[in-house]
Design a protein around this ligand. Sequence first.
Ligand code: FES
Length: 154
Amino acid sequence: MAMNYSEAVMDHFTNPRNVGEIENASGCGTVGNAVCGDIMRVYLDIDDDGIIQDAKFKTFGCGAAIATSSMATVLVKGKTVQQALEVTNKAVMEALDGLPPVKVHCSLLAEEAIHAALWDYAEKNGIMIEGLEKPVSDISEHDHGHDIDDEDED
Ligand code: FES
């Protein structure tokens, strides 16, 4: 089956930016998707002014997961932690000139991995980042809205 990937996606897949890890990172987050089995880890180096000086990632996943984590790390570098929250999966997809519909969840993994790293940074420093919600470790939980076998009481 042929899929239409943009040149930007192919570029970031074949030549991913910021692959690796940061020792003693200010924040590190790992998220996965139990449905496809892909896993993404993001490391952030954040200075005393809350500016993201460096971002790296390791992704065990599909080509779109690699391209979206590459682009997400490019986009958050040089931003404040608050601005980094604007690097949503939509922003990542736009920067990559789009993704095929079945690959949208890969960009969610990138957004959630950034959030998980920011959450770790906030926890380590005892601070709150306005607008940041506790990330889930398995984003496939997001995809299905409600759990049928779970209680639904308020
Ligand atoms: S197929 Fe699951 S992250 Fe790409």
